[in-house]
Design a protein around this ligand. Structure first.
Ligand SMILES: [Fe+2]
Ligand SMILES: [Fe+2]
Length: 284
């Protein structure tokens, strides 16, 4: 793929709805108030309905039914509502289901959901505050977003990538993509993040989830997504089964974590994915 084709591929990615764009603006503005956010979401009644449906799903296990966004913000915090609205809007932008060539969209979204859930479980185990957890979830949900336009643009070429990945499980995914497509899903994902003006930590986990640069010992969103992605592949929540992946030694050392710590933190993964499937059932 030459540079023009790459740009065409990214141009094909749908724009986010005006509401989603405004939510991102609010999200990027540190001084925005909860009320501002509620007003933005409320402008879109369908989105409001979906956010309330999520909040009242078993995944969030609220003791009482939440009937208004204002109440939801009080109970769950502005950050949670912001990220829920954003997840819903982004999922809505990609309506495709079923299969495109060998690429199974349903499995793909299940993988993304698994990474969101896993990343959040890891954040919980690291004592990340409740208010920040949804940030980890959405980062996992979106980490492979660059694959969507690649598959939609030329699914025959992407089929070749999948075939080589299956035949040569030891080989690096990015290397295979680069060889066959002339680009990678993380690069395309970064361009989408720019197009949608996604917040920086989200962009970082989209572009850096395969080879996260480690600075200090901070448990960043990018690190959580990186580890959750590996765990999902190990547990076959992936579009290419049986890839041989181990947790990255360097990351474990920097985070002072062991395989056992990770296994414990991620033990509820399957169960939580089942509960979180409500995200994929929102319909469009
Ligand atoms: Fe990836
Ligand atoms: Fe992934």
């Amino acid at each position: 793929m030459d540079q023009d084709k790459i740009m065409d591929c990214v141009d094909n990615v749908p724009s986010l709805s005006p509401t989603a764009t405004k939510i991102i603006q609010v999200a990027n503005n540190m001084n925005a108030s909860a009320n501002e956010l509620v007003q933005v979401i409320k402008m879109d009644p369908v989105l409001t309905g979906k956010v309330l449906k999520l909040i009242n799903s078993v995944y969030y296990g609220m003791p009482q039914k939440v009937v208004s966004l204002g109440r939801a913000v009080i109970l769950l915090g502005i950050n949670t509502i912001k990220n829920l609205a954003l997840s819903t809007a982004v999922l809505g932008a990609f309506k495709q289901k079923g299969k495109l060539g060998a690429f199974n969209m349903n499995l793909f979204w299940e993988h993304c959901l698994g990474c969101g859930v896993g990343s959040k479980l890891l954040a919980k185990s690291q004592g990340v505050s409740k208010m920040q957890l949804e940030e980890y979830f959405i980062a996992g949900l979106l980490h492979d977003i660059g694959k969507m336009p690649l598959v939609q643009f030329d699914h025959e070429a992407y089929d070749k990538v999948l075939k080589v990945m299956e035949d040569e499980p030891e080989r690096d995914e990015a290397e295979i993509e680069e060889e066959i497509l002339g680009t990678t899903h993380t690069k395309i994902g970064g361009l989408i993040a720019d197009k949608w003006k996604l917040p920086e930590p989200l962009k970082e986990s989209i572009t850096g989830h395969h080879n996260p640069t480690i600075t200090g010992t901070d448990f960043s969103i990018k690190i959580a997504v990186h580890l959750a992605n590996i765990d999902c592949n190990r547990k076959d929540f992936g579009i290419v089964p049986s890839r041989n992946v181990e947790f990255t030694e360097e990351v474990l050392e920097a985070m002072e974590m062991t395989d056992v710590d990770l296994e414990l933190a991620l033990a509820p993964l399957e169960e939580e994915i089942e509960l979180a499937k409500v995200f994929l059932k929102l319909g469009n």
